[in-house]
Design a protein around this ligand. Structure first.
Ligand SMILES: [Ca+2]
Ligand SMILES: [Ca+2]
Ligand SMILES: [Ca+2]
Length: 289
């Protein structure tokens, strides 16, 4: 009877001790979480979603133990990092990185910082939390085509001589403030004014498509626009004035002065025309008397 009672007592004690040990063992946080060493992310400016490769998952060998095997947080290290990391699932260790503020690719194209995962420690109070090593995160900010091309000059002008075909009369140029090549590069220029004997190429060079005739047209006014490679049109088109100079006709020559040869009247306008140091000196429309 005595022995049986003793045996019963011993088994109860054993059970209690066993339970205590199990509880104690459950409280022990043996392993620190593990994450990859490097992550690469892509985020579009004005958006907060970061596409991360590989995905952010912290593993803990204490899993599936509660607390010690769970992931309670991610911490980001670095100065003025505009990102935060959040745990999505404590037991799987899944997390996401997202932008805290609006990102501006024109201001900063890339962000680099470090990240660390924390387990939940030994119990609800988070005592003896363990942290992983620090992983490096590189995030690239993708561009949005927010800006339109802007011409460098308010207007352009050039003077050409009638009867001549030019390879280039003048060059117009627009710039664009976006951060990517695609959205900041000017892909094409276009002459908006219809039926003019001029073309503009993709680099902004304007040339005449036929010989120009002063008696037909003395000045052309062209409106030119530009498109970036994301198809944004210039916020303001630009005016291009092309003056046509008449050539000296043999019949005009008459009176010869010491430097300039002639002043003649044609179409109610006055011109100076002739040769200077052996070179042809073309006429300039003068103010009328
Ligand atoms: Ca752990
Ligand atoms: Ca942009
Ligand atoms: Ca643009």
């Amino acid at each position: 009877m005595q022995i049986r009672r003793y045996k019963h007592f011993a088994s109860v004690v054993g059970l209690v001790l066993g339970l205590l040990c199990a509880v104690e063992a459950a409280k022990v946080n043996k392993h620190k979480p593990w994450i990859e060493t490097t992550y690469h992310g892509i985020v579009t400016e004005n958006d907060d979603k970061v596409l991360l490769d590989p995905p952010l998952i912290a593993l803990d060998k204490d899993a599936p133990l509660r607390y010690a095997g769970e992931i309670c947080g991610f911490r980001i290290h670095g100065q003025n990092v505009p990102f935060e990391a959040v745990v999505l699932d404590k037991s799987t260790g899944e997390g996401v990185i997202r932008a805290k503020d609006k990102l501006d690719c024109e201001l900063q194209k890339e962000h680099t910082f470090t990240i660390q995962a924390y387990d939940c420690g030994e119990g609800p109070d988070g005592a003896n939390m363990k942290k992983s090593h620090k992983a490096t995160v590189h995030i690239q900010v993708n561009d949005i085509n927010e800006y339109s091309p802007v011409f460098k000059e308010k207007s352009y002008k050039a003077t050409v001589i009638e009867g001549k075909k030019y390879d280039s009369i003048l060059k117009v140029e627009a710039v664009d403030a976006d951060c990517s090549f695609q959205f900041s590069q000017i892909c094409s220029y276009e002459i908006v004014t219809p039926d003019v004997p001029f073309t503009v190429d993709k680099d902004g060079f304007i040339k005449n498509t036929e010989k120009l005739n002063y008696s037909k047209e003395r000045m052309y006014k062209l409106t030119v626009t530009a498109y970036d490679c994301g198809k944004n049109r210039a916020s303001e088109d630009v005016l291009v004035k092309i003056n046509i100079k008449p050539t000296c006709k043999p019949g005009w020559q008459g009176i010869k002065g010491p430097t300039l040869s002639v002043t003649l009247k044609r179409h109610q306008e006055l011109f100076v025309c002739g040769t200077l140091k052996g070179k042809s000196f073309y006429s300039i429309p003068l103010e009328r008397d």
